[in-house]
Design a protein around this ligand. Structure first.
Ligand SMILES: NC(=O)c1ccc[n+]([C@@H]2O[C@H](COP(=O)([O-])OP(=O)(O)OC[C@H]3O[C@@H](n4cnc5c(N)ncnc54)[C@H](OP(=O)(O)O)[C@@H]3O)[C@@H](O)[C@H]2O)c1
Length: 297
């Protein structure tokens, strides 16, 4: 747990995507330990319910709910949002944690490249669908887990789906830069609503990250690297800090690592690019949204 001040989360509802393992489960334990009612998501009900039991046991808080969705599918993100809206009359924190790395190119049920769809479009769509509930619950927080890889990212508007030439690292870097740009644009859109939007790098953490499709030859190297990585509860510290700490309450439109504000990729501060990404993302998930900066142009 971070040394910085934390507060009681009693009475608060928190949704954590990808809460069945890794950093998300550790964040769920951290936030449930502070008294929050925590909803976790995962693709498999049995695995998710097992995780919920573990989170409840380790936090001493039985208020853990399970939501099942494959978030690479937009239809499942929409059903998930409906279920969350039905279950939580108020939503105080949305922690967009789900994400991953795939060495080879995969295509989702919607015909989109998997990394971009899951790491960026899923949180974009879920946040959009839950936004009115978050606003009605203000003060509320939206926290999105990016990566230090954002600093190497480039949004390739000509080939967002990596159809021309796919590289797992390039797709990951792009999706994580998209997380940062999404957050900055979101924060601007939320000005005056009492809902904040922050984004973070958790640090290299020993989890199941990348295990679904590891590049050939990397398995043994990663196994050794794991020895030097953060443990999941350490990787979750910045998420828990931004989701719960009193001093983080007013932070918005900022990128963090080790619970400290950091400078993100130069391109993330380019308002025309963030507005363009927002519009393209809205089109890809079928939301009729026009970015304010585009409207004014
Ligand atoms: N680990 C690191 O070193 C590191 C570094 C920088 C950034 N990050 C970021 O931290 C976040 C969490 O990563 P992690 O390391 O904790 O990964 P992880 O151990 O692989 O956990 C991923 C979580 O996402 C869920 N998930 C995966 N695919 C899904 C899908 N299609 N639909 C719904 N849920 C899905 C998994 O649940 P089920 O398998 O139960 O469905 C699991 O709960 C990611 O955004 C990642 O990019 C990690």
């Amino acid at each position: 747990m971070t040394a910085k001040a934390v507060t009681s989360m009693t009475g608060k509802n928190v949704l954590i995507t990808g809460g069945t393992g890794g950093i998300g489960r550790a964040a769920a334990i951290g936030l449930a330990s502070l008294g929050a009612r925590v909803g976790i998501t995962g693709r498999d009900r049995v695995r998710a319910e097992r995780a919920a039991v573990q989170i409840a046991r380790e936090s001493g808080n039985p208020a853990v709910d399970v939501f099942v969705a494959d978030m690479s599918s937009q239809a499942e993100v929409r059903s998930l949002a409906d279920e969350v809206l039905a279950a939580y009359p108020r939503l105080d924190v949305l922690l967009n944690n789900v994400g991953g790395f795939w060495a080879h190119r995969h295509v989702t049920a919607d015909g989109l490249e998997h990394t971009f769809a899951l790491n960026h479009l899923a949180p974009f769509l879920l946040t959009s669908l839950l936004l009115e509930r978050l606003k009605a619950s203000a003060p509320a927080r939206i926290v999105t887990v990016s990566s230090g890889a954002q600093s190497m990212g480039r949004i390739d508007f000509e080939d967002l789906m990596g159809e021309g030439k796919y590289s797992g690292q390039r797709a990951y870097n792009q999706s994580k830069l998209a997380n940062v740009m999404f957050t900055y644009e979101l924060a601007r859109r939320l000005e005056g609503t009492g809902v904040t939007a922050t984004v973070l790098h958790p640090g290299m953490t020993s989890t199941g990250f990348g295990a679904e499709d590891t590049a050939r030859g990397w398995g043994p190297i990663i196994a050794v690297m794991r020895l030097f990585m953060k443990k999941p509860e350490q990787g979750a510290e910045t998420s828990v800090y931004l989701a719960s700490s009193p001093e983080a309450k007013a932070f918005t439109g900022q990128y963090f690592a080790n619970s400290t504000p950091k400078v993100s990729h130069k391109a993330s501060y380019d308002r025309a690019t963030t507005a363009r990404l927002w519009q393209v993302s809205a089109d890809l998930v079928g939301l009729a949204v026009v970015a304010p900066s585009v409207r004014q142009a």
